[in-house]
Structures are given as C-alpha cells and as structure tokens.
Design a protein. Structure first.
Length: 256
C-alpha cells in the first residue's frame, strides 16, 4: 500500500483543493487568534483589577499560559480535522491508519518509536544548541533560550497538548489528509516540501529557526516515513516518541 499511488487514483481522492489549502493554512492563524484572545483577556483582567496594563506584563502572562494555549490550539485543530474529514468523506484508514499486506503493526510502531527517540536525542544534543547559536548570532524574533521556560509553565496542560493530542492531530492534518491531497496535485518531493512548510508554520511561536527545525527536520522525517512505509502509523509513533522525550526532558529540566 502506498499513500502516493497513481496520479489518477490520488487525484480522485484528493478532495476539494480549496478545503485542502484552507485546512493546511488555518492552523497557524488559529494559533495567532488564540494568542490575541489571551492577550485581550489578560489585559481586560488587569484593567478590571486596576493594575497597570503594559505590553510587557501581558506578554509575560501569555508566555506563562503557553501550555494552556497549546491545549486550546490542539483542541481547535482536532475540531478542524473532524470537520474536514467529515466534509470530505475521508476515513482514518484512507489516510494510512492501516498496515499493508506483509507489514506488521508492531514493527511499524517500533520503527517509528526508535526513529522518534533518535530524533529527540539529535535535537537536544545537536540541533537545539545550533538553533540557539543561530538565534544569538544571526537573530530571531524569539530570543534564544526562551522556548523551554515558556513550555514548562504548566506541565499537565503541556502533557495533554504535546503528548496526547499533537502527534495524532498533526500527523492526521499534515501527513494523513494534507500530504495525501498534495500528492494528487504535485510530484512527491514538492508535495512533501509543501507539507513540511505548513507544518513548520504551525510552530511559528517558537521563532524562525524553530519553524525550520520542526518543519524540515522533524516534518521531513515524518513525511519520509509516510512515503517509505505507505502508512501513517510509523510517523505517528515517531512523533509521539519525539514529543514524549521532549516532555520528559522539560519535566526533568523544570524539576531541576
């Protein structure tokens, strides 16, 4: 089984082009709307309490609430995914939630988990330091070293958002529905590039370098697994393993 398939077969299943681009483009906008609403809320609460309202204090409160905002975003994306799949008449098996003949479920899960843990180790030992170096030397709209403190603001919502929801929601959006639709319109390398771009843009709050890192390193690995294995299960397992290791790292870092 392959999610790429022939052009004719995939085009017939690719769904509405307008809905495809809307589904891929809306997530970062939803993230922006959630942040704006949170800023307005914190400003209103401070004003009602007679506290001086400044952009700095509101920014600090939004940063502290990042895990809760992430949870809200993931729930909104889950709703977006559900509405899209319902409108398109697409099922989870259609998006690759099944193994092909000759494949074993345990192997797909295990392969993805090993790759996900390896990606996490690479991220924390090599890629994250390189990203911070680029932020300090070249620049970024998010200061170096601010990502982990923001994520560790509230550990339970962060676990719910980043471990329980994000792998399932994001893999279905970007590799299941999105990549499947893009394969019907572009050659596989370009389809994967577009999917990685939109996946990176979802993570725009982490900064420019974080967009590149998540989009084209993590996203490229996940998309490569989908293309190679012909299912979404290995990519989901890799994403879950990566995010779980990230959660444990941040949890231990917070405890320390």
């Amino acid at each position: 089984m392959s999610l790429i398939g022939s052009n004719n077969t995939t085009r017939s299943n690719a769904g509405s082009g307008k809905r495809l681009w809307l589904t891929l483009g809306l997530p970062p906008v939803i993230f922006l709307v959630v942040i704006v609403l949170a800023s307005v809320y914190f400003g209103a609460v401070a004003g009602a309490a007679g506290t001086a309202v400044t952009s700095t204090t509101i920014s600090e409160q939004v940063t502290q609430a990042t895990p809760i905002l992430l949870l809200g975003v993931q729930l909104a994306l889950l709703l977006l995914l559900w509405r899209t799949l319902r409108a398109e008449g697409v099922s989870l098996p259609d998006m690759g939630w099944r193994v092909a003949r000759g494949q074993q479920l345990w192997w797909e899960v295990g392969l993805g988990a090993v790759i996900g843990v390896g990606t996490a180790v690479l991220y924390f030992t090599v890629l994250s330091p390189l990203m911070e170096m680029a932020q300090r030397t070249i620049g970024d709209y998010v200061p170096a070293g601010e990502l982990f403190p923001a994520l560790s603001g509230s550990i339970l919502p962060f676990f719910l958002a980043n471990v329980l929801l994000a792998p399932f929601v994001e893999e279905n959006l970007y590799r299941g529905y999105g990549l499947r639709g893009l394969y019907g319109r572009f050659q596989p390398p370009l389809a994967i590039f577009i999917s990685c771009t939109f996946f990176g843009l979802l993570h725009w709050t982490g900064g420019f370098w974080y967009v590149l890192l998540t989009g084209f390193v993590a996203g490229g690995i996940f998309a490569g697994l989908v293309a190679k294995r012909g299912n979404i299960i290995a990519a989901f397992a890799a994403h879950l393993a990566l995010n779980l290791v990230e959660f444990l790292y941040i949890w231990l870092w917070l405890s320390a």
